[in-house]
Each structure stands twice: as C-alpha cells, then as structure tokens.
Design a protein around this ligand. Structure first.
Ligand code: FMN
Length: 366
C-alpha cells in the first residue's frame, strides 16, 4: 500500500515537471481584475513593507509555498530546498499529503527534513479529507503535526482527483464531523484547502462553522489535477480515465471568483492560491481580501534544482508584489487589502450573478 502511494507521488512530480498540466480554457480571472495605477504614488519603493502576522506567526511577506510532496527520495530533496528558501526569506510552506509516512514510518524523514532545514518558518502538515472519511482522525492528525513540529495542519479536499484516478477514494460523506473533532482536539490551527478547484461561499461558511482557523481556496486556473491524472491514464493506456481527465481538465471555480466568494462571507483568514503566477497576481489576490497567498507549480521546477533556485523564484514574486504595491501607493499589506480594484468582463458577470457587488471594489480608496 505504502509503496503504491510512493510510486503515485513520483508519477505526480514527474508528470508536473514534464507535461503541460495547467488549466487550458478556464483562467484564474485575475486578467479581469485591475489595480488602479497611481501616477504619483506618494510613497518610496524601498519603504514598502510586506510583513504581517497570521495564524499567530510573523511572516516577512504574505507568501507560502503550497503543499507539494514528501514520501520519496525526490520528494525529500524538494522539501529540503523549499524549506531552506522559506527559512531564509521568512515565508511559510506546506508539505504534501503525509499519508505515506502515516502508513510507513520509514519515509517520515522525507517530511521531517522541512523542520530540520527551517527551524523557524511556518510549516503546515497535510492530510486528506478522503482519508478522514475512511477512518483517519485525531490520532493521525496529531502524528502528522508532530512529525514536522508543524505550526498548522492542512486538510486537503481533492474530490476531482479522487474521482479520476484509478485508486481514487471517493467517499466524502461525513467528513465534516471528523474535521470538527480534529479542530477541537488538535493543539495547532487547522486549515482546510482545495487543490485547484476553488471553494464557494456556502461551503466556506459551513467549514468556518466547524471552527477551522483558515481556508486555502486553491481555485481553478492553475495546476489541473484532472490534467495530471489524464497523463497518468495515458501512460497506462486507460482510455476511459484519460477521457475523464480531458473532460474535467478545466473544472472548478476560478481563483478570483472563489476569493470573492470566501473573503466576502468569512471572518477567518483566506489563503489565495491556484494559478498565482506573478507578483501582480499576488497583489490582486491580497486586494481582493486574501490574508496571504500561496504558489505550488511555479516552485516545483526550481525546487527540483535546489534551494538557491527556489529562493530566486520566490524573491522575484516578492519584488513584483512590492513593485505593484508601489505603483498603487500602498506601502503596507493592510493598505493593499483596501486598494481600489476594477472588475471587468466575465469575472464581473460571475460576481453579479452570485450576488456580490463588483463596483464596491472600484469605489474603495486608499
Ligand atoms: C506536484 C504537486 C503535488 C501536490 N500535492 C499535494 C498534496 O499532497 N496535498 C495538497 O494538499 N495539495 C497538493 N498539491 C496542490 C497544491 O498544494 C495547490 O493547491 C495546487 O497545485 C494549486 O496551486 P498552483 O496552481 O500554484 O499549482 C500538489 C501540487 C503539485 C503541483
């Protein structure tokens, strides 16, 4: 069982590094969100402050590297590279699903390496909701957190991937009570995350009512798990699952829409992720109300090369974020979160259809 989980993880990394696994038709919607340029910003670029506090932890900038991997030798190297980079930059990271280490203690070190390389950074443990439906509970959640001395636990929701992959576990009924128990008994904050299909307002409300500390929307427009499973099916010559992967390739709530759906109704922090590819995307996500942002795919290739490359990629994102903030005259993340935004085209239509008022963003001022 554990061996199969490990092979699957290596397949995922290999496919994400070699094939085109990004959304094709659906976009994040950030291209329809416009920050209002200030010809005279009235602030100095080198005084733009990216720091902030979230989940009781101080961040040098509002960015985490999303859950990617663990459980294999390559996974260990990738985790170590990301950990070193986020430690140096004062950011945060999540490890990939720890199911393999919960099944096989021999691979614990491939996750624990993150705490070794990042003694101070914010690190999130990771387990899947599908496993919660099948009997995982507070015992496994506690073990996952202790393995990394994690600052938080992320519970991932991936019904699309489970529905497409041959070994998928599609039992998602009765997961909420298990999440609630974990929230009550675990001694670190619990975050619920999607994996590339977004979270709607009503689902976010239900999850907030369970007492979770934050939501990571991981919306559509970036990495597509249907695409990853399409390539796995193609390699196995499984025509049916290949077709499923192809048809659901662009399934999900676009990231910008999911951000409005969640930030407009929740009182807990929202992590914006899913297709964030530049510092300008980060700025737009924060202006839409996110408390912090996350990226996975952009870090994978650099992390497979090492910590220096990873750091370079993350620093570029932060330089772009700082530049965008300078150009709209926001010298702090708090000010950026109140910056005026113009929402156009399909994204404006989406928000109106769903009962949100896009013009409210445009009328804000710094
Ligand atoms: C290779 C790879 C492996 C991933 N594995 C996990 C995982 O084990 N657990 C999880 O919660 N999310 C996992 N994700 C999903 C990411 O954390 C993230 O939610 C998603 O990729 C969207 O972000 P992106 O568009 O920036 O890639 C993985 C993503 C990639 C690219």
């Amino acid at each position: 069982m554990a061996k199969k989980t490990e092979e699957r993880k290596d397949d995922h990394i290999d496919i994400c590094l070699k094939e085109k696994v990004q959304a094709r038709q659906v976009t994040t919607g950030f291209e329809e969100i416009h920050l209002l340029h200030k010809a005279l910003p009235e602030i100095n670029l080198d005084e733009v402050d990216l720091t902030g506090k979230i989940f009781g932890h101080k961040f040098e900038a509002p960015l985490i590297v999303e859950a990617i991997t663990g459980g294999t030798r390559d996974g260990s190297k990738i985790n170590a590279a990301i950990a070193k980079a986020v430690e140096d930059l004062g950011l945060g990271m999540g490890v990939g699903s720890q199911r393999s280490a919960l099944e096989d203690p021999a691979v614990e070190s491939t996750y624990a390496v993150t705490r070794k390389e990042a003694p101070n950074a914010f690190i999130m443990a990771n387990i899947g909701a599908a496993q919660l439906a099948k009997g995982y509970g507070i015992k496994e959640a506690t073990k996952a957190v202790e393995m990394l001395k994690a600052d938080a636990l992320a519970i991932h929701l991936n019904p699309l991937q489970e529905a497409i992959q041959p070994e998928g576990e599609t039992t998602f009924a009765n997961v909420m009570p298990v999440i609630e128990t974990i929230v009550k008994k675990l001694n670190v904050p619990v975050i619920v995350k999607e994996t590339g299909c977004g979270i709607s307002a009503s689902q976010a409300r239900k999850l907030e009512a369970l007492g979770i500390a934050g939501i990571d929307i991981a919306g559509a427009g970036g990495t597509s798990w249907a695409a990853v499973e399409y390539y796995r099916a193609r390699r196995r010559r499984d025509e049916i699952r290949q077709r499923l992967g192809e048809d659901f390739w662009d399934w999900g709530i676009p990231t910008a829409a999911s951000l409005v759906e969640t930030t407009q109704v929740l009182h807990i922090p929202v992590i914006a992720s899913g297709g964030l590819r530049s510092g300008i995307d980060l700025a737009k996500a924060l202006a839409l109300g996110a408390s912090i942002t996350g990226v996975a795919y952009p870090v994978l290739a650099p992390a497979s090369l090492g910590a220096a490359e990873t750091k370079k990629t993350l620093k570029l994102l932060l330089d772009e974020l700082r530049t965008a903030m300078f150009l709209i005259g926001a010298d702090s993340v708090q000010k950026l979160r109140r910056a005026p935004l113009i929402v156009t085209g399909k994204m404006a239509d989406w928000l109106v259809m769903r009962g949100f008022e896009p013009q409210n963003y445009a009328r804000r001022d710094l």
